[in-house]
Design a protein around this ligand. Structure first.
Ligand code: ADP
Ligand code: MG
Length: 275
């Protein structure tokens, strides 16, 4: 009983925060799985050399595999490196291998170094149309914890930035650097980019600190913070070791339900914004 509407065009969301361990990968994987579960066509692009999103979705990403590295550096089409998620229909992944660690430097000397992901994605949308494949509804790009050229590529390729924020002390500290980068990209490389979504992660409702941080973030970003909070939940942290999203690992866990709710909210908000 899906009541969520398909977006009018594919929505590309870059999941970014230069802090590590705030829930970028967890959010990418589980929102993508939740939306695919709701019937949408979803693509996850892993641009973190760690390849955690690839691992978490059960996608082989050994050094011998073609991956996002070949797309960014050697102009391979996405269609040549894309893989199906084994246990979730309609979810596909462009994996990252460890090769990508060198890409940050290799990109520097390439033509259109900031636009390589954008071009590859645009070409892939056309490819699907030419092949008579159903179009994508959502693309999530999982960023590394840095603001280098890989993240720049992700921000140029997207219209929306999704920032996961961990409900901890110092949550907002360091964010100003990300915000400055986003402004710079908006000004020079992608004037359609906007911070569309802030998601509060690893929320522990028992602590006063968590609710204070949540309030503070809502005050700072009055328009963008999702109502849904992602709780700290052991099922969420266990799922990746079974190479599954929490949506398939334990669909009735509070973690899975929270990500399903967040996904529905993102879908509905997108509708309101007429995208
Ligand atoms: P990032 O991609 O920003 O570095 P991750 O998504 O890898 O962050 O999350 C960091 C760690 O926190 C991982 O071990 C992950 O399993 C765990 N984690 C993330 N979200 C939750 C949550 N809601 N509850 C429990 N553990 C979580
Ligand atoms: Mg990560």
């Amino acid at each position: 009983e899906t009541t969520l509407e398909r977006p009018a065009q594919p929505r590309v969301l870059t999941v970014s925060n230069q802090k590590g361990g705030v829930g970028k990968t967890t959010t990418t994987v589980n929102l993508a799985a939740a939306l695919a579960d709701q019937g949408f066509n979803v693509l996850v692009v892993d641009i973190d050399p760690q390849g955690n999103a690839s691992t978490a979705l059960g996608i082989p990403h050994g050094a011998d595999r073609d991956s996002i590295y070949e797309v960014l550096i050697e102009d391979f089409p996405i269609a040549d490196v894309i893989q199906d998620c084994p246990d979730i229909e309609r979810l596909q992944v462009v994996p990252a291998t460890i090769d990508l660690a060198g890409a940050e430097i290799e990109l520097v000397s390439l033509v259109a170094r900031e636009q390589r992901l954008q071009r590859a994605l645009t070409a892939y949308h056309s490819y699907r149309a030419e092949q008579g494949l159903d179009r994508l509804d959502y693309v999530f790009v999982d960023c590394p914890p840095s603001l280098g050229l890989l993240t720049v590529n992700a921000l140029v390729a997207a219209r929306e930035v999704l920032i996961p924020i961990q409900c901890e002390y110092y949550a907002l500290e360091g964010l100003s650097q990300l915000l400055r980068n986003i402004e710079m990209i908006q000004k020079h490389l992608n004037n359609e980019l906007e911070i569309s979504t802030i998601l509060l992660t690893m929320y522990d409702g028992r602590t006063r600190l968590a609710s204070q941080v949540a309030d503070e973030v809502r005050e700072y970003f009055p328009e963008n913070v999702l109502k849904t909070l992602i709780p700290r939940n052991v099922r969420i942290s266990e799922a990746p070791s079974y190479q599954q999203s929490v949506i398939s690992y334990d669909p009735t866990s509070t973690g899975a339900l929270a990500y399903l709710e967040a996904a529905a909210e993102i879908s509905q908000r997108g509708g309101e914004q007429g995208r």
